[in-house]
Write a protein of this length. Sequence first.
Length: 403
Amino acid sequence: MKFKITLLTFGLLVSINAFSQSRYNLFYEKGLGMNSGAENIASTHYLWQNFDNHFIPKELKTDSRIANVSFRLGKLFLLDYPLVFVLPTIQHEKFGHGSRVKEFGGTIEELNITLPPPFQSELPYISYSTNEITSIQQDLMIYAGGSEANIILSDIVRKNILLENELDYHNALLYLYANNDLSGYVVFAANISGSDITSYVDEINAFYPETDLKVKKLRLYGLLSIVLDPINYYSFNSLFNGYVWQGKSKSKIHFITLTDNTKYLPKLKFGLTPYGPELALQNYFKNNQKLYALSIGCSDGTFEKSWRITAEAWNIYLKNKISFNISSQIWNQPKIEFYTNNTHKSSENFGALFVVTSNYDIVAKDSKLGLTLRMGYKSEGFAFGETLDNGLILGGGLSFRLK
């Protein structure tokens, strides 16, 4: 029944009028969690992208290709690379680990954000204390929270790329860092002592003593999620062929053509939950410039069984100045035990989430400026970027788009 409801919801979303155009939000929600962090970081990066494209030249006053390519490569390494490293690092540490720590009643004691290699002398980190009772599954969520937060950020960046049907090299670099946070971590740095990955693996194996999760398996999932994401390839092309070699700010995105009006792009998603690894096939559809997504995910079989179905649609216009984004999820999960204000709670089996983000444009021309409100409801259970407890989802702020 719940599966049929989700398919019906997706069908209704597809039938609603929508337009292909990205939008950025300066957003506030209680606790400043992963979603508001991701929205604000994406918007900050968008402002930098527009400033850079308008005011910083892409070539020197010379016809020498070697000189111009060297100039763009140097600018990419000395300016774009450090900035884009810092933004997902803030999302990972502060709005990832930090938001889970605060959700579970803890306190952030120190937050260290650094420049990337070779400009750093130490790695980024967060230190915290837990002031309330937490379960093992809550501890697992804190370990996985950093990479979880960048899953939310990469979803926003990907949505904007696909809405625009083109890829700015700034977004290409941001996408590569945010989208491959977890995948790159498990592939290249999983065995660092005390890392998020080793802490997660040790803790979940202690929680499920009859089954043994290996870092080797996570490394395989990470590698597959890197390889089976076409936007990773488009991003490398936009950076090095489009920008560095040709001096172009933007490159085209290519979909798989299903019909004359319908195009499709899949992606493998890999995430960590409080009950083990989760794999999902994210399916993006464009129909006459409208963008929708239907994702189907499940546990990998290492521990207990679970599944999740997500349907989303963006930029649904009712009038010229009023638009909506809609996101819905249903899931079936194993038992999750957690504490809220030192009170024991648990969730199990079916759950759901439904969120509407509404936009009212004060300025509705080539550039847009308006108000945004994110409102919905979530039952108890795990959803990426959301709290474990049930309740209303509420946040708001400004939405904008520059010409």
